[in-house]
Structure formats: C-alpha cells, structure tokens
Design a protein around this ligand. Structure first.
Ligand SMILES: Cc1ncc(COP(=O)(O)O)c(C=O)c1O
Length: 377
C-alpha cells in the first residue's frame, strides 16, 4: 500500500519534484525539437510514484505514459489521467477488454489476436490504437523480425484497429559495445524499409530506451521511451551524461538507538561482526524488509555528512552502523541511506554494487511501507 506524507515513520523515501521538473526541462533542451517522448512509469515510476511522475511528464509534453500491468494502467485513469496510456507486453483476452474500455494502447503481435481485438472493438463501435512489437534480438515479446512483415501488413487492414506504431527494444544500448544494438537497429530498419516499399505508414516508429536515446541518435525515429533518465539516474556508468541531470530520490532515516560495544561484543544476526576495540554503534530503523540489500559488514550511510560503515548483518527492520568516528551523533539525527548529505553522496549505483545488481532493481526495490514524501511540489 502506498504510504503518504501523513506517516510519521522515521524512515522514508524523499522525491524532489523540483529536480524532476528540472530533469525534464534539461531533456527537452537536449533532444531534437521534433522528437516525441513517452514516459515509462511502470512499477510506480521505478518506485517514485506513477501518478506524480506521470503528471509532470505530461506537463513537459510526453506523448504517452507507459506501464506494464493492467492494474497500473487502471490506476492512472483513476487518478484522472486521460492522456494515452500504453501497456507494454502481451495481454490476456480479459485484459484486452479492459484496454478497450479504457482506451489503452496495446501491442498486437499476431493475427489471431488482432482479429479478436478488432471484433470487440467493432462491437463497441470503437477504433482501438495498437502498436506491433518487432523482436530484433531481445527474445522477449514481439514477432521475430524475419516474420514481422506479414503480421504488420495484415494488422493495417482491420478497420476497427488504428495501426499507430511499430517498435522494438534494445537488449544492450547503454554499454560501450554497441555492436548488438547496431545489429538490432539494422534488423528494425529492414522491417521499416519493407513497410515503406509497401506503402504502410505508422505515426510512431520507436526502439530507444534511455540508453538508446543518449547514445544512439540514429535510432531515435519518431519517439523515444524513457524511464530512468528523468528520475536523474543513468542506466550505466558509461553512457552519455547530460549536465544538470540529478537523482530525485533520496532514502532517509533517523538514529533510533545508540549503544556502546565492549571488546568481544557481536553485532547482528549471524554474529558477523565482533568488536576488536570499544565501538559506538547507531541502530537505524530500516532493513531489508524496506528494500535495502541483505548485506553483512558492507555499505555505508551518511551521518553529519560523514560515512558510517554498516556492521554485522542487517535485519528486516533495522541495521547497525559504526559511529565511533562521528562522536557528535545524537538520537534521532537524520541519516542518509541514498542521496546527499554535506559534501558526500551515496549513489544508487553504490547500493546496486552491494547487491550485485543494477540501479533499476534498487530504485524499484524500496518497499511501499517506506512512506513517499514529495518535496517542492
Ligand atoms: C519496452 C520498454 N521501453 C522502454 C523502457 C524504458 O527504459 P529506461 O528506463 O532505460 O529508459 C523499458 C523499461 O525497462 C521498457 O521495458
């Protein structure tokens, strides 16, 4: 359940809406004027809140909002968003009927589905917007590039479907090695060329996520689908940087207890830390149940702008940090888990490394029991 600002829990996720607007402003200046963008806000805009991020994205001219599940899409409509909402992936028949009722934009990648969707659409006296996904190498959703043309040709023929777009998705667009991305692009271009030869036109041709947007301008076509970039996080350490883009999410807590360790004392489950000298420890009321990776003697938090190492194994609801070298620490002092404090910063990439994972996983991994606090509305 989404907790809001009304919670008084001393552990929370802070979202800076002013920086979100600034990031969109910077992206707007960075991108070619005629290039449209879709705002990918699945999984609560990667943990930031889909409604809040989606509304700002629309203020900055997003052509669509994109999500991955039917419930996410319905929730957007419930918050009053009437803009085009695209649903990534495949749908069951039951889902398709709700898509039709709510005017969602779906993918139709085979002719049998197209027939059924067109029929339901006709029954409701509607024309439903659809896109076709061409699988150019990710081997996830979509029709294989070598088999795409007959599907594309046929889908364009249903009077109750608006054939609005053709897309593909990169397997790796944000690393230095672009060879596979370029191969995928070539396969996509081949399909587009053949469409052109046959006089099939669509409004939106799109293949780029953030990595593609940043590093592959030749792949922009009509529309890019960006999720992580407006949140101020880059998909990799090596993709192009845009000056001024900054993270909008911080995770914070407060010191809930302070204790002094004597030589030989242990800390945390599994007895993974033993004090070799007298130490002072702060207990923080946030643990792996809140989305922090399950670590042992790894990672840092910021207290009074200084790094305090995590000691022992963290628990579901708590973690312990060594504050011996930060003697000014008092009960209920603010602690930064992710974000800036003083001159230092714990980045989402740093936490991702602790987990052996990627920034996307960390952003989306913060539990909804951590209240979201929206600043600078
Ligand atoms: C189909 C599709 N397009 C675009 C995106 C957005 O990717 P990014 O957050 O890297 O911009 C995603 C997210 O994973 C996706 O699944």
């Amino acid at each position: 359940m989404l907790q809001t600002q009304t919670s008084v829990r001393p552990a929370w996720v802070e979202i800076d809406l002013q920086q979100l607007r600034e990031n969109f402003r910077i992206i707007q200046r960075d991108k070619p004027a005629n290039l449209r963008f879709m705002s990918v806000i699945k999984d609560q805009a990667y943990g930031h809140g889909a409604g809040e991020v989606g509304k700002v994205a629309l203020e900055f001219g997003a052509s669509h909002l994109a999500v991955a599940t039917i419930d996410e899409a319905l929730e957007l409509r419930k918050t009053g968003i009437t803009a085009p909402v695209m649903l990534f992936g495949e749908r069951t028949d039951e889902e398709f009927k709700l898509c039709l009722e709510n005017d969602f934009v779906c993918f139709i990648n085979d002719i049998e589905k197209a027939k059924r969707y067109a029929q339901w659409s006709a029954d409701k006296n509607k024309r439903a917007p659809v896109h076709v996904e061409v699988d150019t190498g990710l081997s996830r959703y979509g029709v294989r590039w070598t088999k795409a043309l007959p599907v594309i040709e046929r889908i364009g023929e249903f009077p109750n479907l608006i054939f609005d777009g053709v897309m593909s998705h990169f397997a790796m667009s944000d690393e230095l090695d672009k060879s596979f991305a370029l191969l995928q692009l070539e396969r996509f271009q081949k399909v587009l060329k053949e469409m052109e030869h046959r006089g099939i036109r669509v409004k939106y041709r799109h293949i780029c996520n953030t990595g593609g947007y940043l590093d592959l301008p030749q792949a922009h076509f009509d529309l890019v689908r960006i999720g992580i970039l407006p949140l101020g996080v880059y998909p990799s350490q090596v993709c192009r940087r845009i000056p001024g883009i900054k993270p909008i999410m911080s995770v914070k807590t407060k010191v809930a207890a302070i204790r002094d360790l004597e030589v030989g004392d242990y800390v945390g489950y599994g007895m993974r830390y033993r004090a070799e000298s007298p130490r002072r420890v702060a207990v923080l009321p946030l643990g792996y149940g809140d989305g922090y990776p399950r670590v042992r003697n790894k990672g840092h938090v910021l207290i009074h702008g200084q790094r305090a190492p995590i000691i022992g194994g963290n628990a579901m609801d708590a973690m312990m940090v060594d504050i011996t070298d930060i003697p000014e620490t008092k009960l209920w002092d603010e602690v930064v888990i992710i974000g800036k404090q003083g001159n230092d910063e714990v980045s989402v990439h740093e936490i991702a490394q602790l987990k052996g994972s990627v920034s996307y996983d960390i952003l989306t991994g913060w539990s909804w029991r951590l209240p979201r606090v929206y600043c600078n509305k």
